[in-house]
Design a protein around this ligand. Structure first.
Ligand SMILES: Cc1cc2nc3c(=O)[nH]c(=O)nc-3n(C[C@H](O)[C@H](O)[C@H](O)COP(=O)(O)O)c2cc1C
Length: 330
């Protein structure tokens, strides 16, 4: 059976979100943490909350690291292994200019030599984490280029030299950000050139999208002897946290279930981050939830009212209105 993964999303798919999703809907095979920038202060930052095992009990969590320095990768990966995680993921996808300017995230895609040196250090360097933790799996999540796809062949050539447990491909360029359509020709190319397990990521919003993709991948899927081991869902799972259950069991999320999930999520954020932060976090979630409102005018009206609100009572009023609008369309 093809795996179902929750994508890493900064400020969205942290431990509070993944625990709440697991409790209400489940059916996620791997939860990726939003990226963590490793350094020697890693346990003094908010990353600590993401990583400590007591915040991730019973979940199959894969921490993601964002760096291009093999020594710093080692610092983060060793901690991750000490905590008992079995896999660490490398971020070659982040399109933010502050990140890419330093040849990190998708910035590394414009310098295949930097990528090769980094990966060589991780897998073969004298300080490689694999020397102490040989069973630690290392996976990577990548875009298909920076400004164009001209370096992608070389990138694939480099990636294929290292024993990644999985290569997750989000087939967009850095310059695409999250717009336009996924470049399926580049995804097909990755499937042709790489020999390990490949995960598809991009624009799965509904169980129907998933079904169309798996049909398209039929002969390439893991189950039929191919190499596509999983499909990763990001924005679609913030909009509809029941998507994984629907894909696995056919049971669609009801509006009441969505409302209960969002109410619980808010309470959980409040407990761990305080009221003001909880509202800020829920506003971010609601920018995706509003995608369930079909009518354009209604959607933008409700979104505006949610973005403006400040107090808990305003928040509760606004989401009751939003709930009634979603009720008509789910
Ligand atoms: C707000 C936001 C934050 C994201 N943060 C991360 C991140 O921390 N690490 C990462 O690899 N990708 C990150 N991504 C990219 C997603 O993991 C995913 O690749 C992208 O959204 C495409 O998948 P989707 O169409 O299913 O959303 C982020 C995307 C968004 C929109």
């Amino acid at each position: 059976m093809i795996g179902l993964y929750l994508a890493p999303m900064e400020d969205l798919t942290g431990y509070v979100f993944r625990n709440t999703l697991s409790k209400h809907f489940g059916c996620v095979d791997k939860y990726f943490t939003p990226f963590i920038s490793p350094d020697n202060r890693i346990m003094k930052t908010r990353s600590k909350r993401e990583l400590i095992p007591s915040n991730n009990e019973g979940l199959n969590v894969v921490p993601q690291l964002l760096t291009n320095d093999p020594d710093l990768f080692g610092v983060g990966a060793r901690l991750i292994a000490e905590f008992g995680y079995r896999e660490v993921n490398i971020n070659f996808g982040c399109p933010s200019n502050t990140v890419t300017a330093k040849y990190k995230g998708s910035g590394i895609l414009r310098s295949p030599d930097t990528m090769n040196r980094f990966l060589d250090g991780i897998f073969n360097g004298t300080g490689s984490v694999l020397k102490s933790y040989p069973d630690l799996k290392i996976s990577v999540k990548t875009r298909v280029g920076y400004n164009d796809t001209s370096d992608f062949d070389e990138v694939l050539g480099i990636l294929s030299q290292y024993p990644f447990s999985e290569i997750i491909v989000h087939p967009r360029l850095k310059k695409d950000l999250y717009g336009g359509s996924p470049r399926m020709d580049m995804f097909n190319k990755a499937c042709e050139k790489l020999s390990g397990n490949i995960v598809y990521n991009g624009d799965v919003y509904t169980a129907h999208d998933f079904a169309s993709l798996t049909e398209r991948f039929e002969n390439m899927s893991f189950a039929s002897g191919g190499r596509i081991s999983a499909i990763m869902v990001g924005r679609g799972a913030i909009r509809n946290p029941g998507i994984f259950r629907q894909i696995r069991t056919g049971q669609a999320m009801t509006v009441t279930e969505l409302y209960d999930f969002l109410t619980d999520l808010y309470e959980n954020y409040k407990k761990d981050f305080g009221g003001t932060n909880a509202i800020a976090k829920m506003k971010e979630v609601w920018t995706y939830t509003c995608g369930l409102i079909d009518d354009d005018k209604e959607r933008s009206h409700i979104l505006k009212s949610i973005i403006k609100l400040k107090s808990e009572s305003e928040y509760k009023d606004a989401i009751l209105i939003a709930k009634s609008k979603i009720g008509r369309t789910l």
